[in-house]
Design a protein around this ligand. Sequence first.
Ligand SMILES: [Zn+2]
Length: 385
Amino acid sequence: MECEIILQIFSGGFLGETVSYETVEKKLLSVLPALPVKKVIMGWAPGKALYEKTAEFLAQRNIDFYLWLPVFSETGAIRELAPLIDMHGRPFETVKSLAAEDFSFYCPNNPRNIDKILDIFEQEFAAVPFSGVFLDKIRYPSFAQESVFSCFCPHCLKEYEAAHFSPPALENALSRPMETPLGIKSYLGNGNYVYEDNDISKYFSLKAGIILKSMQRICAFFRERGLKIGFDVFAPFLSAFVGQDLTGFSNLCDFMKPMMYRVTNGPAGLPFEMEAFLSGTNSGEAAKRQAFNEILGLDQGKKDFDLDFTLNELRRLASSCACPVYAGVEINRKENIADVKPEYIEETLPAYARTGIRGLVLSWDLISMPEENLKKVKEIMEKLN
Ligand SMILES: [Zn+2]
């Protein structure tokens, strides 16, 4: 089967600058003739004109157009959302900023939050003829955001009580000395870990259940409007710590994009999130680090994040999901965050393409992809298909 390409365009955040239609069109015209593109994702700056014109351009070429829409983060910039609550009943501080991307998270279990998030779509985007929505930030914060141990608001506490889960028991478990991060004993793939402690295990599976239930409601809303659905998700081995049940998700969406960013030193980037996980679980010292690498089967001695490990992750995910999987690969170049060179693309793209996935998402912003990177992608795709 042909390896498909999905393009992703960041049009701007909810606040701040928006990219112009002319810029988008110029870039699309330069890459579309050379690549097997079936879908384009763009978001999430408000303003209908940009999307209407792009929708028309893509419809003429028979390409699906997805709105890139963040869910449990970013949305607090334009709606008053209930924050995540810590174990002691205090809200985690939300940072309202004008920066293009914001990593404050909101309670995914609060029905009013979901109403308000869906209202953003209704007010800002419902009039545009999108083929579908591409839902991002469908998760809790990761260790990079220092608020993993949330949410303990009244809605969430009620849920925990019904499942006979006690937050003080979790706090107790977390304070005990452990030989591996979080007392993890083994990794079964697709984000499934075996933990020494039942409360820690239960806590992470409850969070995954909460996100899954909320996503069922959110997806029903978009399905009623005749829209297709894509999900932006963490790499499987990281998904467990942010409440993402990837195989469960695969029953809700039409495609899933695990972010397999091997050289990104920012949120969702594998080296970045791995370091945040180790420091966030007090596992920075050599022995615990080594123990976790062995559990994962990960070689951390390589220059870039272990390619063989990421290939295994993709193979296992693609063979267990009910929907097609498209690997997210960073192609753009962002100073100090993603120093993506053609050599990296050459090493990564063809290897990912051979793991049983349906295709690749050139991430995460077409507008900031250097010409030499795009040239390399075109060369590789010509050989692959
Ligand atoms: Zn909550």
